[in-house]
Design a protein around this ligand. Structure first.
Ligand SMILES: *[C@@H]1O[C@H](CO)[C@@H](O)[C@H](O)[C@H]1NC(C)=O
Ligand SMILES: *[C@@H]1O[C@H](CO)[C@@H](O)[C@H](O)[C@H]1NC(C)=O
Ligand SMILES: *[C@@H]1O[C@H](CO)[C@@H](O)[C@H](O)[C@H]1NC(C)=O
Ligand SMILES: *[C@@H]1O[C@H](CO)[C@@H](O)[C@H](O)[C@H]1NC(C)=O
Ligand SMILES: *[C@@H]1O[C@H](CO)[C@@H](O)[C@H](O)[C@H]1NC(C)=O
Length: 412
């Protein structure tokens, strides 16, 4: 039997691009804070030199009240950092499989673009005014792209078509007025939308939909296994349906969530077994997740249903209400075996719909726990699925055979 050949993406060896990124940061004297996720303490550091008369001020400061000043903030957009860290970790399986230091043998080139990280920093500096850009184009985007275009021959060979970058926020590349500099490249985005609306810019077959980061898993680093058993807690779930999120005062005719959340807060919330609210402390939320059978993931401003990742990580069956959504890795993942899709027009019938599929519940829950969880960033397999999508785009038929705990993904 012939062994499947290793498929290697990425050239511009990633370490040279890390250097590139650092050089640029120095050159431009930007202060782009990339959070070190393991240093999460929000305790203020006391750096004053104590003097005998200052003793009354030498007690710990109270916690910061404004959550946006805490770094890292409730950040669900840091997929770009997580994916970069996972692939660039030397000696990791992913790095050994997919990264080459020889650009000549690379199929694709990774642009280490951290635009959302820059913009978060900008918004934190500006009281969370999300219309601010802090010159992201001139200070960050243009120098980065010029460096790649001027110093390496690979961009010009295809005008960037074999380069890729990550856009993890709602508006994809729309934050950047110079986006035409990189628009020819492949995007990894957290929103997949087949509605073909004028204002949404998902480019089907030119983008790859990736999972989102979520605060509870990727900022607070809560470990689901501390809340559910190894088997995913099949029978200890007494909450029928859970939802935590915006906005209790949405009206049925509002554009936000196309009114879906109006039904959630004004209809489902009053029914037995439902636990619905706008926010929860992370620990409290984790406990609720462990007790819930189903979790609602309605659309918001976009079809990004970020909550799906925390549901999956805790073994909760997601109810997706987002007509037109493309979930990540649909070509390799049988989403319908794990989730319940409800049309917007059926939102008011959700309770009945769940009652009518009660026997299917255990099957879906088991699929979520056994298969769904491998799609969550924390479990380290996301790049395998991304690469399979790259292979389809590039028409590469000899791929890595991926074996994830007994589920084998053969070449396409
Ligand atoms: C993050 O912080 C931890 C603990 O201080 C350290 O071991 C690790 O190397 C840091 N990671 C990065 C990427 O700086
Ligand atoms: C945010 O403020 C800090 C401190 O003034 C500054 O160094 C940094 O460059 C600002 N970030 C952006 C994106 O403008
Ligand atoms: C947000 O920033 C924009 C652009 O600088 C400005 O026009 C607007 O007034 C700001 N909004 C608030 C609430 O400060
Ligand atoms: C790529 O093309 C641009 C535009 O023509 C040019 O300015 C640049 O020098 C070229 N890059 C390389 C490495 O030759
Ligand atoms: C929703 O509609 C009610 C009644 O028409 C109105 O009083 C309320 O202000 C509206 N709420 C929002 C958020 O628009």
């Amino acid at each position: 039997m012939k062994q499947a050949k290793l498929f290697v993406i990425l050239a511009l060896c990633i370490s040279s691009l890390i250097i590139l990124y650092q050089q640029l940061a120095q050159l431009q004297q930007t202060n782009i804070v990339i959070p070190n996720e393991s240093e999460e303490s929000t305790e203020p550091l006391l750096t004053t030199t104590p003097t005998p008369t200052a003793s009354s001020a030498l007690s710990p400061l109270p916690p910061i009240q404004d959550k946006w000043r805490v770094w890292p903030p409730d950040l669900r957009y840091n997929s770009e950092l997580i994916l970069f860290d996972q692939l660039s970790a030397l000696d990791s399986t992913l790095h050994n499989l997919y990264v080459t230091k020889n650009p000549e043998e690379a199929d694709l080139f990774y642009i280490p673009f951290f635009g959302s990280c820059y913009l978060f920093n900008c918004w934190i500096n500006n009281s969370w005014n999300q219309t601010k850009r802090c010159q992201v184009d001139t200070v960050y985007l243009e120098p980065l792209m010029n460096y790649i275009i001027q110093n390496f021959v690979y961009w010009n060979k295809t005008n960037g078509a074999n380069h890729f970058m990550i856009h993890p926020m709602d508006s994809s590349d729309d934050y950047y007025s110079k986006k035409e500099m990189f628009q020819n490249s492949i995007y990894l985005t957290t929103i997949g939308d087949k509605r073909n609306l004028g204002y949404q810019n998902f480019r089907r077959y030119h983008n790859i939909v990736i999972p989102s980061a979520t605060p509870i898993l990727d900022t607070y680093h809560i470990d689901p296994l501390k809340y559910v058993n190894e088997n995913g807690n099949p029978f200890g779930r007494d909450i029928k349906g859970l939802f935590r999120g915006c906005c209790a005062n949405v009206n049925a005719t509002d554009a936000y969530s196309d009114g879906i959340r109006h039904v959630i807060f004004n209809g489902l919330k009053g029914l037995p077994g439902w636990n619905i609210g706008e926010s929860s402390d992370p620990e409290v939320y984790a406990k609720l997740l462990a007790r819930s059978k189903y979790g609602l993931t309605p659309s918001g401003w976009t079809l990004d249903t970020a909550r799906i990742w925390e549901y999956i990580a805790f073994g909760v069956v997601p109810i997706v209400i987002a007509d037109g959504i493309i979930e990540p890795f649909e070509d390799d993942t049988d989403w319908d075996s794990m989730i319940v899709r409800v049309r917007r027009s059926d939102t008011h019938r959700i309770n009945e719909i769940l009652d009518s599929i009660s026997e299917e519940y255990q099957k879906k829950r088991e699929r979520v726990w056994r298969i769904g969880k491998y799609l969550v960033f924390k479990n380290g397999h996301t790049w395998h699925f991304i690469v399979r999508n790259f292979c389809r785009m590039l028409n590469i038929i000899k791929q890595e055979v991926i074996d994830i705990e007994g589920y084998t993904y053969y070449p396409i």
